[in-house]
Design a binder for this molecule. Sequence first.
Ligand SMILES: [Mg+2]
Length: 332
Amino acid sequence: VGELDLIRQIRGRLGGPGRGTVVGLGDDAAVFEPPKGLELFTCDAFVEGVHFRRDFSSLQEIGAKCMVANVSDVAAMGGFPTRATVALCIPEAASDREVDELYDGMIEVAARYSFEIVGGDVVSSREGLVISIALLGAAEAGRIVTRSGAVVGDAVLATGSFGASEAGLASLLKGLPRSAAVDAARERHTSPRARLKEAQAIIEVATPHAMIDVSDGLSTDVWHVAEESGVGIRLERDAVPIAPAAQEIGHQIGRDPLELALASGEEFELVAAIPPSELSRTVDHVEAVAGTEVTRIGEVVEAERGCTLVMGDGTEMPLERRGYEHLSGDER
Ligand SMILES: [Mg+2]
């Protein structure tokens, strides 16, 4: 595919510049009016064989997931996405239909979360497909939530449930036969959603001191918040919401469902630390606005206590940083 043809093809699919965009795709650079409040900027790269496999996911799913990972990061900061650029490194043998399929996924995500793809580049790669996306976001001043503000006494909450993404990947690696649980877990692994509505709903009724999206695994990301905030976190074993598909597949493959839930990366659920007095209205509001369950999974304690897992009988054990390398299944 000639580069000019490709750019023409992509441009035709993205339409004209949106609100606030002066020059969109097709020129040397995009031009737009800056937002009134604060601007956010993040990027994520997905590499074939490291972050995705073509035999596990369609190109549409791969494009969408890379975009969702970026949206999730902006959401976890309290912002909403505004504009993205996309760099594709595609194997020389790739067809224009394959590029089209990647864009199908990315365009679908841009439409779902209401932002614009304003530019990009397509270059050829010697080996494998690489997608690199840069995403801009906006937020009102004072609504930004970092990882570093959790204080002792905060309630730790989580959206949704955990373990299905890792269970889905494990089912693909092991070639498990299809079942309702396997289909649900694979769907979760290949087509995750970003918790943008949920993040905004949390900010509407609460003053979260810290927030993060779970991309490395619940245990690892809880540690990230604790370390950045200079606190400890007690995670209650029986309170961690484990996805039903992870329960079932965990038993099937001989892995503890709780361990799956703690290790599973790319969940894109939110974990936040909020004043305990704001907990019940946060749970109610997120459920009402987004239909997503919010669970109190633990509390913020003094730094000296570190991050621990509290058993049903009150005994505590150190919270291991569990997380799995993408695709390999090897423990980090
Ligand atoms: Mg993140």
